[in-house]
Design a protein around this ligand. Structure first.
Ligand code: FEO
Length: 399
């Protein structure tokens, strides 16, 4: 049995929670699952917006059938062809073969590539095309690379709702309440929303900026994404977060220290840097062991804070692998506009300073501090000045 969830005039939520999933995209660990959102508008014409992951197909189809009742499905709009939203299209088309699939040309190609069948009833839409449903009409807005090339979003001119695809999405299931606001979001979603944004969409800041620019010309009263809670108030808050993240600006002044330590000596150095920063009244300090935390959390924290310090052990003439993977992930996600300190540890042939710089050089506007330094095997009294110099420079640049 399912409860019909009317969220705004004639618009029902027919999405599903997935609490069993452990790795989103088989890479990002989830602790409170994820929701696959889908919406169904019942007007003169009926229109389903996206589908859900295969794992939730049965529940999803039940919900769609419950809301449709005796009505047929007239349109299925595909905003995004990634499988977490498109895997149940085939089943919907088996049940409602007359329905017209409304999608971009690129999405149609992708549908074939994923399913090995051609769509029969479809309508290709482009920028600003309008689909009339009765009272409601959907204007389509192209949003390529937010987060795949075929992506579009749509705007319901009647309810002034932006159906935003992956944009404004977040990890975490919806525990009954579908709508959020600034305070609820801060308490229950912000940490995971940042991790979702940085890791899933973070690489595509320019394209997100382009979508925000288009959205700024619309009167938007609601934002309904494909993951996570729905917004009908405090829209400025989440739009401002997206603006900050997509411009690669920091949210908070603070120092993220990430170390790669084999026997604890680089860890000791990271702790010392934290101690010296704290003695200088720096409150916002976070220290992480790259061996002990998934990289997606580190990338998210790096996007949040203004400063990054890495303490990098040399390992097999390279950077200790967990830390190297974090640095490469920063590069892959277009990390930029930050102040970085590098501390190298090496017992006989240190390489991690040179190799770390070679990774950072590919990132835009990364200021690697000249006060970066090396030590051999363990921190000693003779390294105290180096630590103080680096900390003093960080404190100066934090002000
Ligand atoms: Fe939630 Fe890019 O799919």
């Amino acid at each position: 049995m399912n409860k019909k969830r009317l969220i705004i005039d004639d618009t029902f939520y027919v999405g599903c929670n997935d609490r069993k999933i452990e790795l989103f995209e088989n890479i990002y660990p989830l602790f409170k699952g994820v929701s696959y959102n889908s919406y169904l508008i019942i007007d003169n014409k009926t229109c389903l917006l996206d589908t859900v992951d295969l794992s939730k197909e049965h529940e999803f189809v039940d919900k769609v059938q419950d809301v449709l009742g005796e009505r047929k499905l007239d349109y299925l709009v595909i905003h995004h062809m990634e499988s977490d939203h498109s895997a149940s299209i085939k089943r919907i088309l088996e049940l409602y073969p007359e329905c017209i699939v409304t999608l971009t040309n690129k999405a149609k190609e992708m549908f074939y590539n994923f399913n090995s069948i051609e769509l029969k009833n479809y309508m290709i839409v482009k920028e600003n095309d309008i689909l009339n449903l009765g009272k409601h009409s959907l204007t389509f807005i192209m949003a390529p690379m937010v987060h795949w090339p075929e992506v579009m979003v749509s705007y319901d001119n009647y309810t002034k709702t932006l159906f935003s695809a992956d944009a404004f999405g977040t990890f975490n299931c919806l525990d009954g309440n579908l709508l959020t606001n600034k305070n609820d979001f801060k308490d229950n979603f912000l940490f995971e929303a940042r991790r979702y944004y940085c890791n899933i969409v973070g690489k595509y800041g320019l394209q997100v900026q382009s979508l925000l620019n288009k959205a700024s010309k619309l009167e938007i009263k609601n934002i309904f994404p494909l993951h996570g809670p729905l917004w009908n108030q405090d829209l400025d808050y989440i739009i401002d977060k997206y603006n900050t993240w997509s411009k690669y600006e920091y949210e908070e002044k603070g120092v993220l220290i990430v170390y790669g330590s084999i026997y604890g000596h680089s860890e000791n150095c990271a702790n010392l840097i934290g101690d010296y920063l704290a003695e200088n009244n720096i409150k916002n300090i976070k220290i992480y062991d790259s061996s002990r935390i998934d990289k997606s959390f580190l990338v998210s924290e790096a996007f949040k804070y203004s400063h990054l310090v890495i303490v990098a052990s040399t390992y097999n003439l390279g950077i200790f692998t967990p830390l190297e993977e974090f640095l490469l992930d920063l590069k892959y996600h277009n990390y930029q506009n930050r102040i970085v300190g590098i501390v190298e540890n090496g017992s006989w042939s240190p390489t991690s300073m040179k190799l770390s710089k070679e990774i950072f050089v590919f990132m835009k506007n990364i200021n690697v501090l000249e006060e970066s330094f090396s030590f051999k095997s363990s921190v000693k009294e003779e390294n105290k000045n180096d630590i103080e110099n680096l900390v003093n420079k960080i404190v100066e640049t934090l002000k």
